[in-house]
Write a protein that binds this ligand. Structure first.
Ligand SMILES: [Zn+2]
Length: 87
């Protein structure tokens, strides 16, 4: 009889611990995924047509518009092309 109570308590404890760990864990991962999605907004490099995450892209304002580039080389080449086209 005592053993049954002990087992019942053990099972109760197991579910308490399990319930305590898993919801907080999943909530945390959900939040992290949301943050990751926000940070990894993709922008297109107009020079080489590559998609790069906005936070690691190089931003440049050319002719009143914001452009995002994967590298400084692309930015320079695009700027030069824009200047050549406008002249
Ligand atoms: Zn590029």
């Amino acid at each position: 009889m005592r053993l049954l109570i002990f087992l019942g308590l053990l099972i109760l404890l197991y579910y308490l611990v399990k319930g305590w760990i898993s919801p907080s864990k999943s909530r945390q991962t959900d939040r992290n995924e949301g943050e990751w999605e926000l940070e990894s907004e993709m922008v297109k490099d107009p020079h080489c047509q590559t998609y790069i995450p906005k936070n690691s892209a190089i931003r440049a304002r050319i002719a009143g518009r914001d452009y995002y580039f994967c590298s400084r080389q692309c930015m320079k080449k695009f700027k030069r092309e824009m200047e050549e086209n406008s002249v």
